[in-house]
Design a protein around this ligand. Sequence first.
Ligand SMILES: Cc1cc2nc3c(=O)[nH]c(=O)nc-3n(C[C@H](O)[C@H](O)[C@H](O)COP(=O)(O)OP(=O)(O)OC[C@H]3O[C@@H](n4cnc5c(N)ncnc54)[C@H](O)[C@@H]3O)c2cc1C
Length: 413
Amino acid sequence: MIVGVQRQMGEATNLRTQVGIVGAGPAGLLLGQLLHLNGIDSVIVENRGRDYVIDRVRAGVLEQGTVDLLNAMGVGGGLGRAGLRHEGLHVSFEGRRHRINLADLTGGKAITVYGQNEVVRDLIDARTATTRPLYFDAECVSVGALDSPTPVIRFQHGGTDHEVHCDFIAGCDGFHGVCRSSIPDGVLTVYERVYPFGWLGILAEATPSSDELVYTCHERGFALFSMRSPTITRLYLQVPPDESIDDWSDEAIWAEMLERMTARDGWRPNVGPILQKSVTPMRSFVVEPMRHGRLFLAGDSAHIVPPTGAKGLNLAAADVLVLARAMKAHYERGATAWLDEYSDVCVRRVWKAQRFSWWMTSTLHRFPGENAFDHRRRIADLDYLTGSRAAMTSLAEQYVGLPMEVSFDSAGL
Ligand SMILES: Cc1cc2nc3c(=O)[nH]c(=O)nc-3n(C[C@H](O)[C@H](O)[C@H](O)COP(=O)(O)OP(=O)(O)OC[C@H]3O[C@@H](n4cnc5c(N)ncnc54)[C@H](O)[C@@H]3O)c2cc1C
């Protein structure tokens, strides 16, 4: 097999690789690194620029298993230096904060707050060090011949047409990418729920006023206190899904944040200059199967969760671990069973994360048209949660992350 060798055929530059990866988000970069550690060649094709990909502000909560995975892969240096380990979180309702001790309830597990942009930066650095190809700013990206032994990724880069001929393609190009939509009609079953609200998120230059996250259920709607570093606070507000961020002045944002989050004991977020603000709609979405022919979907290209449970990035990591194990078995032993099982293994965990994210979202948010009964029932749900060790244990083990479906060892780590 010719790997990574270029030759000219007409106008297009042709490359041959083992695994073509579309998308340099967490899923694509993690997969590329896992394959590299197993001596498997890959080409990553990303349609945005390097800075855009790194600067995109998204997730920030890493499950214990994701932290362990990054460390086992040798890319946990930045995480170890700057990640903030949280052994608990707070749920606040009717003005009172209740702490859930995640570590105590899960035998010492925790979550780590480390921005997705930092994860992506670390992974791009690791990829660059391998000298394996990573194309940023690719244009007109498409995939084809998915049912054939050599599927192909086509794109333009620097004014030249490129074709990457692969054994497999990993569709790691997120919810709006091209891979899922290249699968013929009728192959995928789509499961979807769109929520009647979104999150207005801000990054503020303000020292976090709590060492741990605070999830607030308020009559005016949900609010979340989080952080990105010892000097940067990250806050969210439930807003209508089509809300324009231009309708929210910084003063209005802070007034609403403080209204919802200030507790009876006086706790509230510290206020500071807003560095970034945006509104994100919320949905639950799954396609099955996560495979068609030699195309494997991973991460947001196959499933979206509302961010309340902080599962999106973590699910992407779990998917690519399963995929790396299958690819390793294929290339080392010619075994295809794990490739065939890929979708079934992933969706089992995906659905549990979907259920948890839906439950967190439904319990903590105010739904349009909700009446006093609905509100009291949600408060009772939270009252039960914070008063029952069994209920808190259930939340804790899901929040720190259910076990990965496959061992690191089986994926070559
Ligand atoms: C605004 C926002 C806020 C979020 N906040 C949270 C949060 O607080 N907590 C949480 O857990 N999760 C959050 N998420 C979800 C989390 O960020 C995702 O689950 C995670 O990024 C999934 O990683 P991924 O690699 O599968 O997809 P992505 O991160 O979307 O990466 C896909 C990559 O593919 C690239 N791409 C797209 N189309 C093409 C194409 N045609 N050709 C080549 N490349 C392409 C994209 O540019 C991107 O780099 C948020 C998501 C969004 C959109």
